[in-house]
Design a protein around this ligand. Structure first.
Ligand code: 5AD
Ligand code: SF4
Length: 419
């Protein structure tokens, strides 16, 4: 979501005649797009602002957008008095106001609007993978999560707007579409005739666009994985066989304290249905370890579920108490050293499973999408249908979509050659 927001902000500023620079001391305007989901990310924002303040040109404008802006609000100006703007995740389309009036202080952390999507100019060229936000905010109120506070209640964009943006992306270079939302599979839009559209409708329509070869969506909430959507994995070959569906914890007790009221049985049933619909489907998850009052036994159940589902790619985090969340006030917060030990243990196991899956891909051939050159420029990075990185030697006229045979694998990536 932040990558998408960043691209839209960059396109808007280019529309205003600005060009991008990587050099802080050259810039006329410096914008930090921020994430508030864990305390560490938030802390980094303020130390980065301190560095930028010293490195920037004296009259360059600087400020923050995104969830830290929403969380910090006016206190950001108190911490860094010469900051020029603080704009929440639903008000960054107001940025041109600061270009018109650079002496003002601009603060807007309002919620509830989708105007930013309509007010911003469209991108002239789309990346090969186009992110299309279709839903923003979240109604689930997991007790650890700041997102319902920073991005607000769940809003689904009008179906036709989503389709229009998807078509525009296809006509301007996109090959893969990734639908985005904090709770993307909860997408639901009812038009003026009372017709309700779901994510499955959007996938079905997008699959008809000839330029689009790959479709995916992220992030999914388990109980919103409805049968119409599961069926898409059976009927729609352009939908990639890869799904991010975070479980967060393998302990039923922890899940209920997290206010994620689904049973492990329901979760595993959904995975069984997905595998019946698409036998090669692979799942990724997010995990939180060290949630308040998590016992050794609770944690072992998380280890067990990781083994049982065999997630091929996961993000695991130490629980981080956040403002405006219920879990921050719960008793029996877990000490840092225990959180760290549990994270290390889980990560080791998740990495092994990931490496085993990567190794199982050797000698198989997949259609992969070109991401671009690697850092050395000697290799090209492609993405498999399971979103693994696959590295091939650079060649002239490398096709955007190529059949690649996997020749080697480690935990982080695959190597391959054109088949
Ligand atoms: N502490 C640690 N991880 C968190 N996440 C969300 N809130 C917190 C928190 N307070 C993780 C969840 C979510 C991902 C985006 O970030 O795993 O799926
Ligand atoms: Fe946060 Fe995701 Fe839970 Fe929504 S479903 S409250 S975004 S963790």
């Amino acid at each position: 979501m932040n990558v998408y927001d960043g691209l839209r902000i960059a396109a808007m500023l280019e529309h205003h005649g600005l060009v991008q620079t990587d050099n802080v001391s050259d810039a006329d305007i410096i914008i930090l797009n921020t994430c508030a989901v864990r305390a560490k990310a938030t802390d980094k924002v303020f130390s980065a602002l301190g560095r930028i303040r010293r490195a920037k040109r004296p009259n360059a404008l600087f400020g923050i957008v995104g969830c830290v802006a929403r969380e910090a609000g006016a206190t950001a100006f108190r911490r860094i008095p010469d900051l020029n703007f603080v704009l929440g995740p639903q008000s960054y389309h107001k940025l041109p106001q600061i270009l018109d009036n650079p002496d003002a202080k601009l603060l807007n952390i309002d919620l509830g609007g989708l105007e930013k999507f309509d007010e911003l100019p469209q991108m002239e060229r789309s990346p090969r993978v186009a992110y299309i936000p279709i839903q923003e905010g979240c109604n689930h109120v997991c007790t650890y999560c700041i997102v319902p506070y920073t991005r607000g209640r769940e809003l689904s964009r009008p179906f036709n707007d989503c389709l229009r943006e998807t078509l525009h992306a296809a006509k301007t270079g996109a090959i893969e579409i990734c639908f985005l939302g904090q709770n993307v599979n909860g997408y639901k839009y009812t038009d003026e005739n009372g017709h309700t559209f779901r994510l499955s409708d959007l996938i079905r329509e997008t699959a008809k666009i000839p330029e689009i070869h790959r479709i995916r969506f992220t992030s999914s909430y388990p109980t919103e994985m409805t049968d119409d959507l599961i069926d898409m994995f059976r009927t729609e070959p352009k939908l990639l066989p890869f799904l991010n569906m975070p479980i967060q914890s393998g302990s039923q007790n922890v899940l209920s304290r997290m206010n994620r009221p689904y049973s492990l049985e329901l979760y595993t049933n959904i995975i069984d249905k997905l595998r019946a619909a698409r036998p090669d489907i692979q799942i990724s998850s997010d995990f939180i370890v060290g949630f308040p009052d998590e016992s050794d036994d609770d944690f072992e159940q998380t280890m067990n579920i990781a083994d049982r589902i065999r997630y091929i790619n996961s993000y695991s985090f130490k629980y981080s108490p956040r403002p405006h969340t219920a879990a921050a006030l719960m008793p029996n917060q877990i000490p840092e050293n225990i959180k760290a030990a549990r994270l290390a243990k889980l990560d080791t196991r998740l990495n092994e499973i990931q490496r085993e899956f990567n190794e199982s891909c050797i000698d198989k051939t997949f259609e992969c999408l070109l991401e671009g050159p690697d850092k050395t420029g000697r290799h090209l990075v492609y993405r498999t249908p399971f979103m693994q990185q696959c590295i091939v030697p650079t060649c002239a006229d490398a096709p955007a979509l190529a059949m690649i045979k996997i020749t080697a694998a480690n935990k982080a990536s695959l190597r391959g050659k054109f088949a």
